[in-house]
Design a protein around this ligand. Structure first.
Ligand SMILES: *Cc1c(COP(=O)(O)O)cnc(C)c1O
Length: 415
């Protein structure tokens, strides 16, 4: 790997500057690790819980224990944690399609939801089975120009009979602030004061275990996410999770398999131990990712790029955005990161269309688990402001090497 001495020196200075931030991250990790460990102890996890079932998967004790652990860690009555949920989008879609009925109103309060959900809702394309084709009404309140929630707009929208408000914790591919747990609490309190029966659903992707509380701890009703992001700890080979109120998790489970069968089936095969070990390690792996993000933020600030969040800003997700400004720099950043990956280092990323995404996207992910963005990945849609979104990192040292390789490539174009 070609990294100039000058860049190495800058990296050393950055490490010193960010040391105090690393400490605050470690303090939160301890709280989260304690909660996870306590859930394992309370459930008396034993070797036989780590072995997977086959066939229909009736009465799988390990699976039940894993779901109890997720419910305890994330603060819900029940959980559905399954390898057969293929992605975060799938887990979120199960919540929407399981709970919402024809004629119901769904409200989003932070502008457009994550790209892949636009087709699930039916605001883009005309996919069969979308909420729109099922007759669910959708309304979206834009964020104010400064990135704040439009409280007046939300207030007005809640005067209709809103069945569900959909909230997104992390920024996704948008240059906007993430919504942290205090912000989610304020929003939940606002909604419940006006419309107590409205269900608050949170897309928790990339936010898991970053703060010491989760959305369900502050009054949300249902959350969902992907196991190849934070909660899988870089170990889970596939899967998604849903946690929340028992009745809502049951509805999502009925949508997942078949009405009446719900969560009773689903063999854990050979991934049972990996999902267990993944949630156990997740608080630490999230910590490594966060430290890497802080390092990347400060490094690119020092190189005069606008970054979000800034290195010392409060974080609620593992995403680090860097505004690179041109398509060339975005592509070169991803190529530099890819070349510093343990798997597929020789592959050269090219921008291309992706199922579920509207703009061409360039992605770097040289991962052990295909597409696992908790391991370290970078991506960005080829649209203004050509921001790269960096996330994950199995170890902080690995993130550092990847980011330096990416920075070197960006600096070389600038010359
Ligand atoms: C990743 C992500 C999703 C979708 O998850 P996939 O596993 O990519 O389908 C949804 N929302 C947010 C905010 C995400 O970061």
């Amino acid at each position: 790997m070609q990294i100039s001495n000058k860049l190495y020196q800058l990296a050393e200075e950055v490490e010193t500057e960010v040391g105090h931030i690393y400490q605050t991250i470690e303090q939160k990790a301890l709280v989260n690790h304690q909660r996870v460990l306590q859930a394992f102890r309370d459930n008396r996890v034993s070797d036989f819980h780590l072995k997977g079932g086959s066939g229909y998967g009736y009465g799988d004790a390990g699976r039940d224990v894993l779901e109890n652990i997720y419910a305890a860690v994330f603060g819900g009555e029940a959980a559905l944690v399954r390898g057969q949920i293929v992605s975060g989008t799938h887990a979120i879609a199960l919540c929407l399609l399981g709970v919402l009925q024809p004629g119901d109103n769904l409200l989003a309060v932070q502008g457009s939801p994550y790209d892949t959900l636009e087709e699930t809702i039916g605001i883009r394309g005309n996919a069969s089975g979308s909420l729109k084709r099922l007759g669910v009404n959708y309304n979206q309140i834009e964020l104010l120009p400064n990135g704040d929630l439009d409280w007046d707009g939300i207030d007005r929208a809640l005067s209709a009979d809103v069945k569900m408000v959909m909230v997104q914790r992390s920024r996704g591919y948008a240059w906007r602030p993430s919504l942290n747990i205090d912000g989610i609490k304020q929003l939940v309190d606002f909604i419940k004061a006006r419309s107590p029966k409205t269900i608050v659903f949170v897309d928790n992707c990339y936010g898991e275990l970053v703060e010491s509380r989760e959305p369900l701890h502050v009054g949300a009703d249902l959350i969902a996410g992907s196991l190849i992001k934070n909660p899988g700890g870089g170990i889970a080979p596939t899967g998604g999770y849903i946690v929340g109120r028992q009745d809502l998790v049951d509805m999502a489970a009925n949508r997942w398999t078949a009405p009446g069968i719900g969560a009773e089936v689903g063999p854990t095969l050979n991934h049972q131990r990996l999902l267990m070990q993944g949630i156990f390690l997740a608080p630490h792996v999230v910590t490594e990712s966060l430290k890497g993000a802080v390092f990347a933020a400060r490094l690119f600030e020092r190189l005069d790029y606008e970054v979000s969040p800034r290195y010392d800003e409060y974080r609620t997700d593992i995403i680090q955005a860097v505004k690179l400004g041109t398509a060339d720099k975005l592509v070169e950043f991803c190529r530099g990161l890819q070349s510093a990956s343990p798997v597929d280092s020789y592959v050269v990323p090219e921008p291309d269309g992706m199922p579920g995404y509207e703009d061409a996207v360039v992605m770097a992910a040289g991962t052990f688990v295909q597409g696992a963005s908790i391991e370290l990945s970078a991506d960005g849609p080829l649209r203004d402001p050509y921001a790269v979104y960096l996330q994950g990192g199995l170890s902080k040292e690995y993130v550092k090497l990847g980011v330096l390789s990416a920075a070197e490539r960006v600096l070389n174009i600038a010359k």
